[in-house]
Design a protein around this ligand. Structure first.
Ligand code: ADP
Ligand code: MG
Length: 394
């Protein structure tokens, strides 16, 4: 897939509308994680170096289509200004007379951050008139909000109908390149590591990858759902009941294709999920009645590490256990370390998996860590996204 790059365009003296994903966690007006703000910095710096003036727009949280101070992007403007060591002007809205005036007085090299796009319901509705108003602010459009590309929202999708010049920022370019490598001729063997909790959300991605992968290993609620689908005992472990029929279907498909498929050989189990629970290790791959599986056991870690060492391509989504509790984090951390030590091309998708990789201190040894959980899963499911299609080279 070839998408339009900002690299071979002329931005001198142009007003560029840059759609980013500044959906950062904010507690009492303080940004607690600025990863997403930093992620789009290379694109911002490049556009500025080319002589553009920037109109930056994003959504933040779920303000339900009306202005609400707790979802204001004001703190983001301040943080962005600190990071860039440069003034960042802030507009009180994203459309309207006041905004137009601020945009008109914007000079080359200057930055204006617009207020939250989702203060208008038209953004999420993909309203064309709203998109037209946004487009009227700029000469060129650049999208670097990968995490929103699976939505046909006005500032991501419809806006491209009303701007002649569109391109993808560096972040989107990187994401598309890494994810495409998983879909198009991945180096074999290809290992898929499935964990975490949102089984239903991930099942279509798994289905689409069945034709590409050689080995699947499972942990977390994902594993218990598959174990239960095999009619094995899971005790009181968390299972996604509504996903059991599809899990059964997937097991059938896996057998038909002669793929290697593993549920954990052993488990860390407790009778109650809490910091002071006393965990024990099961002797086999099932969980006895009354007990809850909270992590994969040592034999499973060994077997999974072996699968990782054999792989040339790895995609990991979802932690192996309740990694938020230190006692139950070992399986997840060991898997993260094993991936980091392998020479395979490795991609991590999912917010919690990415957090676990950071906790294990091995993020720099992973080939690519996706920034948009939902978007990356949908890309792997469909091979493209609406917001990416509109950025494609004709
Ligand atoms: P990601 O964000 O990487 O896509 P998910 O959001 O699907 O991953 O899943 C992460 C969540 O799954 C974590 O909050 C973790 O505590 C939970 N989880 C993992 N294993 C278990 C388990 N055995 N029982 C209950 N919850 C689990
Ligand atoms: Mg998650």
């Amino acid at each position: 897939m070839k998408i339009k790059s900002i690299k071979n365009k002329n931005y001198k003296g142009k007003k560029v509308f840059l759609r980013v994903d500044y959906n950062v966690p904010i507690e009492k007006g303080v940004i607690t994680d600025d990863t997403r703000i930093k992620a789009a910095i290379p694109t911002i710096n490049y556009l500025l170096s080319q002589g553009a003036s920037l109109i930056i727009a994003s959504h933040l949280g779920r303000p339900k289509g009306k202005p609400s101070p707790e979802f204001s992007l004001k703190p983001v403007a301040e943080r962005l200004s600190e990071i860039l060591k440069k003034e960042v002007k802030f507009a009180p809205d994203c459309i309207g007379y006041e905004v137009k005036k601020m945009v008109n007085s914007l000079k080359e090299g200057e930055i204006l951050l617009l207020e939250n796009l989702r203060f208008h319901p038209e953004e999420e509705e993909g309203d064309e008139n709203f998109a037209k108003e946004l487009a009227s602010l700029c000469d060129s459009y650049v999208n670097d909000a990968f995490g929103t590309c699976h939505r046909e929202h006005a500032s991501v999708y419809q806006i491209t109908k009303f701007t002649k010049d569109v391109a993808a920022g560096f972040l989107i370019e990187k994401e598309v390149e890494a994810l495409s490598k998983l879909l198009v001729n991945p180096e074999k063997p290809f290992l898929l590591i499935l964990g975490g909790a949102k089984v239903i959300d991930k099942i279509n991605m798994v289905k689409n990858l069945l034709d590409k992968v050689d080995t699947i290993i499972t942990g977390g609620v994902m594993a218990y759902t598959f174990i239960k689908a095999k009619n094995w005992e899971v005790g009181n472990s968390k299972v996604e009941e509504e996903a059991i029929p599809v899990a059964k279907e997937i097991i059938k498909e896996v057998n038909k294709r002669h793929l290697e498929f593993h549920t954990p050989l052993d488990h860390v189990i407790v009778q109650k999920i809490s910091e002071d629970a006393v965990p024990i290790i099961t002797e086999r791959g099932t969980v006895p009645p009354g007990w809850i599986g909270v992590d994969i056991g040592p034999q499973a870690i060994e077997e999974y590490t072996d699968c990782i060492n054999r792989a040339k391509t790895i995609f990991w989504n979802g932690p192996m256990g309740i990694y938020e509790i230190k006692k139950f984090a070992k399986g997840t951390i060991e898997i993260a370390k094993a991936i980091a030590n392998s020479k395979a091309f490795s991609v991590i998708g999912g917010g919690d998996s990415a957090a676990a990789v950071n906790e294990a201190g091995v993020a720099d040894k992973i080939s690519h860590i996706c920034t948009g959980g939902g978007a990356s899963l949908e890309f792997l499911e469909r091979g493209t996204l609406p917001g990416i299609e509109v950025l494609k080279e004709e």
